[in-house]
Design a protein around this ligand. Structure first.
Ligand code: PLP
Length: 379
């Protein structure tokens, strides 16, 4: 079971707003099912606190609209294929990254008989998505020929905002700022420009521009130790129960490949969580919490189960909840701990918690929603 503390998501947003200040718009990133927390409930919790929400795929935007979310929704990274009409019909704001899509959205807007807003993404060094910096003028000129389309904003994304060396981020920001100047010279003055993810928002005040796009920070983590943000709360706890207990002799192997053998007569408990639930197979020196104590995972993580060494625990403790991520008494396992044990990033752990893990929502609106002061920063 994954417990989702929507109040923590809201408090993290409020904490983030303290950092970026009231004049900067916040586009709350709820792509990838809100990093595994559940896009619809998280969007509902964030909607009153954000200027807009941001997803990656058109389908993610459609899901939010079908659930009644009314905020502006920016589509950050979709392959639009033939979805232009549906995107506009659902009032999603597309980020476009090539001239073909600009033409297709202009045609779709003309068919609807309503002017549509798009944001243009610029590749400032990540080589992932966006028009080249050198194509800016030609792209802007295209808008002059397409009255059904309005350029509402320019955006980019940083490749290394959380890396110790800030140099490449400074360069990327410099390229982006020069694009903003050139867009101004070409007559595009009322744009809502945005570049910063969680790390860049905290670390580079100049990168905050008109709006920021935090994702991970809203869920209570930061991408690396280079960019700490004290005061965030982990919003997801992963808990389960002991399903079986085995007394085994010294030397007995546990799990596939018997990569762990009991060094002494041991008691091993089996948990109904495995890599099919998103708990990573390749953790090293990982622990869970049981009865407020750290208990080691032993042997390979299986698809549906994993084993822990409970030899030193009193029998009665085995009836209690087991925490794989979250707090138990004075001990806590963070998402960063699990990512470190697995040799990956916290994003991958959060997004990997699979749909067969039931999400249980803890109450939202612990923080009273407050109206956002900067409607001009909506996309
Ligand atoms: C374009 C874009 N903007 C913003 C974000 C949010 O990043 P973070 O979760 O690091 O805040 C992402 C996430 O990968 C992204 O792809």
């Amino acid at each position: 079971m994954a417990e989702i503390d929507l109040g923590a998501v809201q408090r993290n947003l409020v904490r983030f707003r303290q950092v970026v200040g009231p004049a900067v718009g916040i586009f709350g990133v709820v792509k990838a099912d809100a990093y595994g927390h559940g896009a619809v409930p998280v969007a509902r919790a964030l909607e009153p606190l954000c200027n807009a929400l941001a997803v990656s795929l058109v389908e993610e935007g459609f899901e939010l609209r079908a659930a009644g979310i009314r905020s502006p929704i920016l589509v950050l990274g979709a392959y639009y294929n033939r979805h232009q009409d549906d995107v506009l019909a659902e009032r999603l704001t597309p980020v476009v990254y090539d001239r073909g899509d600009i033409d297709r959205f202009a045609a779709a807007a003309a068919r609807r008989g309503r002017r549509a807003d798009v944001h243009v993404k610029i590749d400032t060094g990540m080589s992932r998505l966006g028009i080249p910096v050198s194509d800016l003028e030609a792209t802007l000129a295209r808008f002059g020929d397409l009255p059904s389309l309005r350029l509402a904003g320019l955006c980019t994304h940083f490749a290394s905002a959380d890396m110790p060396d800030p140099g490449t981020s400074h360069q990327a920001l410099g390229r982006f700022e020069s694009c903003l100047t050139r867009a101004g010279q070409a007559g595009f003055r009322d744009l809502v420009n945005h570049a910063a993810n969680s790390a860049a928002s905290v670390r580079f005040p100049h990168a905050r521009l008109d709006a920021v796009r935090p994702g991970l920070a809203l869920y209570g983590a930061m991408p690396s130790e280079t960019v700490p943000l004290p005061g965030l709360e982990g919003a997801l706890s992963l808990r389960t129960r002991v399903m079986a207990v085995h007394e085994i002799a010294a030397g007995t192997g546990v799990s596939y490949g018997e990569i762990w053998r009991a060094p002494r007569p041991s008691r091993v408990a089996t948990l109904p969580v495995g890599y099919a639930d998103g708990y990573p197979r390749h953790v090293r020196d990982a622990t869970v919490l049981l009865g407020g104590r750290r208990v080691p995972i032993v042997g390979a993580v299986c698809m549906d189960m994993l084993m822990i060494d409970v030899t030193d625990l009193p029998e009665a403790a085995l009836a209690g909840p087991v925490t794989l991520i979250g707090r138990d008494g004075s001990e806590a396992i963070t998402i960063d701990d699990v990512a470190r044990w697995a040799g990956t990033v916290s994003y991958e752990i959060l997004c990997g918690i699979s749909k067969r893990v039931p999400r249980v929502l803890r109450d939202a609106a612990i923080t009273p929603p407050r109206p956002m002061p900067n409607p001009t920063a909506a996309p």
